[in-house]
Design a binder for this molecule. Sequence first.
Ligand code: BES
Ligand code: MN
Ligand code: ZN
Length: 535
Amino acid sequence: MTIQFSSKIFPQASLQSPKLLKATLKNLLSQSTDCLVLAYSKTDFDGFAGSKTAKSKVGFFGELDQLLGGSVSHANVVGDLEHQQAAVCMLRSEKSWLTNGIKAKRILLLSLGDMHLANGCSLASYAKVARAGLKALGGNSIENALWFVPSFVLDEKTDLIAEEVRLTIQYAGDQAYRFGVRQPAMKFKAKDKADTFKHLIFAGNDACAKELKLAVEQGMAMVEGMNLAKDLGNLPPNVCNPTYLAKTAQSLTKKTSLKVEVLGLKQIQALGMGSFLSVAQGSATPPQFIVMRHQGGKAGEAPIVLVGKGITFDTGGISLKPGEAMDEMKYDMCGAASVIGALYSSALMKLKKNVIGVIPTCENMPSGQATRPGDIVKSMSGQTIEILNTDAEGRLILCDALTYVERFKPKAVIDVATLTGACIIALGHVHSGLFSDDEGLVSALTKAGHTSLDTVWRLPLDTAYHEQLKSNFADVANIGGRPAGSVTAACFLSRFTEKYKWAHLDIAGTAWKSGAAKGSTGRPVPLLVNFLLEQ
Ligand code: BES
Ligand code: MN
Ligand code: ZN
């Protein structure tokens, strides 16, 4: 998919004067495109639909109707035109359009509802509208579209417009994603039929051209990162094992300025990562420890470190999981996938910050060599851990990675993990769980969630919950019982993060979808990328 921004369609000044409105519409309609997407507000619609005579039809719709020789009035008479938010109406080219010099083959009227009125608009309503518009473009024979939202040329709030542009691209990427087109290892079934829709052009004016061109580049870079994260999540566990994750990370150094280092078993042993190794030891596939660097900031500048859980398959180990839907535990590396995706996006958009991605990755398998419930292991931090349930393995691999990252003297550390089933019970599939004692990080991540609509909800991390992790035989136990399972998991991790600002994201409910729509969502790549952009 190619996405562009064009400012050549508009005169310099704003749309508010009727003369310029007409000129702008004329310019838009004379562009050759398979579909011109025109967003309108409730006021545009009300003024138009309420007026009886053709002559009294003024404003946006009035002008448009004249230029289109009555196509809009006709759609209204038929009952195709609606005012409620996200309603769509597709007009198709007629003879009269051609004689009027209209080159657009179709016009998609897209209702913003009362969004762009005095109170300004919320990104969430825009998102709903954008999704409806994109859906109407897909599944047709439309290859390219010109996307015009009046606020793109009217509003002064360039930041908001940039967010809208990025979000449109994010959704276009979601809609266009197909499993089996990028990675060589994915030829398992005949390719899904791809949409014909391939090119999207945003129409705006010179005033915001610079910002919006940048937003388009950022949006496209984010989609690349999301696509990679989805591919990795969707790949079967016999292909996407720790070595595959490491190779994928390494392959990105050929496409970008990313630097990647991979530590193998011997090096992991030498570092004293006894906790990580206790999970890996049951598997015939060796563990890997991946370190990715994006050096976009100054040399000495403290990095933001992202740590991703990379369990490429979670059987539960000796504390074996029940068989139902166990295949979905191939998604237990989605934290890792989103970190790889976010680093890839950062590099593609040449983000002016230092970002480091760290991924401990292995399988959690039962075998004669596997860790037993009751085993005590020593973490890299020196703390001993009594493993009471081998299915609480995510925290065991993450804690050593969290100790490892101290060496980077990070500005902040965010770990991302499909950590607990309890988080799905608490928050469902809407928000990712956010745990942090740092108010700055909490508000930055919450805000980034809103701008990307990849949202988080804060859960507690009080000392009272630490009680549940007490062990009679070691410094800490790896489980805290059923009550507040996500919180005690986060509390466990917090014991290894004393040296820096830290936040934990539990993405068990948000990283993939089950059922008929089974598949990776690419979350929380948008959240992480927006967080990095807004830092
Ligand atoms: N990977 C799972 C968490 C998970 C479960 C994510 C279901 C998505 C769907 C994790 O390793 C795990 O098994 N956690 C246990 C912890 C328990 C043993 C304390 C859980 O959630 O049951
Ligand atoms: Mn588990
Ligand atoms: Zn797991």
